[in-house]
Design a protein around this ligand. Structure first.
Ligand SMILES: *Cc1c(COP(=O)(O)O)cnc(C)c1O
Length: 352
């Protein structure tokens, strides 16, 4: 007998690398290549460090109110957390408390199975079809909950609102979570469906489209009941999760809609241009509706391209996992960064 027998052992989630090297082109964690809204900078300058003595508002009410005003959702239907990872982890803990398996795709955000393992939640990874699409009928079977991102990650493939509603309609006796981390890059949010289905939780983040990954701000919308259950779990875990600057800066990040829409549009424009260039170089990929492209080359192995890009100062993401080991997930950077990437790829032996 050893103390180690009683340790909760987990294989942790592996986040994308945050390299210490300067001048690297970082296209591996889907961060925004542009800065947050200018209002965030102004807000930062006005933050009083003397306030750091004081605990933050445990309800983060200023931030909740900002989301409420922006999305036109009542405050008691909004939950905030330290990045959507925190929101999602809390949602797994709160809502997936069944003996039946929670369903999510085999190729999806690789944190889902980690949380399920951590919390001892039974789960089943449902294979995407050969076109890497989520098949709605696969989610009709008995389960303890459903979760997937829309658009899915790392495929970037968007599902229609009709498909999403169909899955919810067939799963009204469990909680359905739609992770909309990338919805601002061309998708249609299912947010309005929270009025129709009290078992739907819609999770979003300021990390990608609002360029606030470093501030760690995630949020979720749902029925009053659902949000109350989440808050009860959260306050039983850690009351002061959101720090003072994040509450202030998060609220400021919502204040300039013109800037926000412009950033999303620029990223979408660059993405569509890069898709054409990658196709010309012999890459194939599914139609991404997010701020990344998930692509493989027709002849050159993904592992080799990954290494070649890295040698040339460009980092992308690749998983040594079944079905996707030939693919590279390339975040959409600035036009200059993408031009450089295309230049490097064009020079790689075997490509084109
Ligand atoms: C990036 C990402 C998240 C987590 O983002 P946070 O920075 O924790 O808000 C959640 N889900 C998916 C699918 C993501 O890609």
């Amino acid at each position: 007998m050893s103390w180690e027998d009683n340790v909760r052992k987990v294989v942790p989630y592996t986040p994308g690398e945050q390299p210490k090297i300067k001048n690297i082109i970082k296209l591996n964690t889907n961060e925004c290549p542009y800065p947050p809204a200018p209002a965030v900078k102004e807000c930062l300058a006005a933050i009083d460090y003397d306030d750091f003595r004081l605990y933050p508002d445990p309800t983060a009410s200023k931030l909740v109110k900002a989301f409420s005003d922006y999305y036109k959702v009542p405050e008691d239907q909004i939950f905030v957390g330290v990045g959507s990872d925190d929101v999602l982890a809390m949602a797994f803990l709160t809502f997936f408390n069944s003996k039946k398996p929670v369903l999510f795709p085999d190729i999806t955000y690789s944190f889902y199975d980690v949380w399920a393992e951590l919390f001892g939640i039974p789960y089943k990874q449902v294979p995407l079809n050969d076109n890497f699409e989520i098949v709605k009928e696969d989610y009709y079977e008995e389960n303890g909950g459903v979760i997937f991102p829309n658009p899915n990650a790392p495929t970037g493939i968007l599902q229609s609102l009709d498909m999403i509603e169909d899955v919810i309609r067939h799963n009204q006796d469990v909680v359905v979570i739609i992770d909309e981390a990338y919805i601002d890059f061309g998708g249609e949010s299912c947010l309005d469906l929270i009025d129709k289905y009290d078992n739907l939780l819609v999770v979003q983040t300021t990390s990608k489209s609002r360029a606030m990954a470093g501030m760690r701000i995630g949020y979720a919308f749902g029925s009053k009941k659902l949000i109350k259950y989440l808050q009860d779990a959260k306050y039983s875990f850690n009351s002061y999760t959101m720090n003072r600057p994040s509450i202030e800066l998060g609220a400021a990040s919502l204040s300039d809609d013109e800037y926000f829409k412009d950033v999303c549009k620029r990223i979408i424009t660059t993405r569509e241009r890069v898709k054409g260039q990658l196709r010309d170089l012999g890459f194939e990929f599914w139609d991404s509706c997010s701020n990344f492209v998930f692509a493989r080359h027709k002849t050159v192995p993904g592992k080799e391209i990954f290494a070649y890009l890295r040698e040339n100062g460009i980092i992308v993401r690749r998983w040594d996992a079944p079905r996707i080991s030939e693919y590279l997930r390339i975040s959409i950077g600035t036009d200059e960064q993408m031009d450089r990437m295309i230049e490097v790829l064009s020079a790689m032996p075997g490509i084109r």
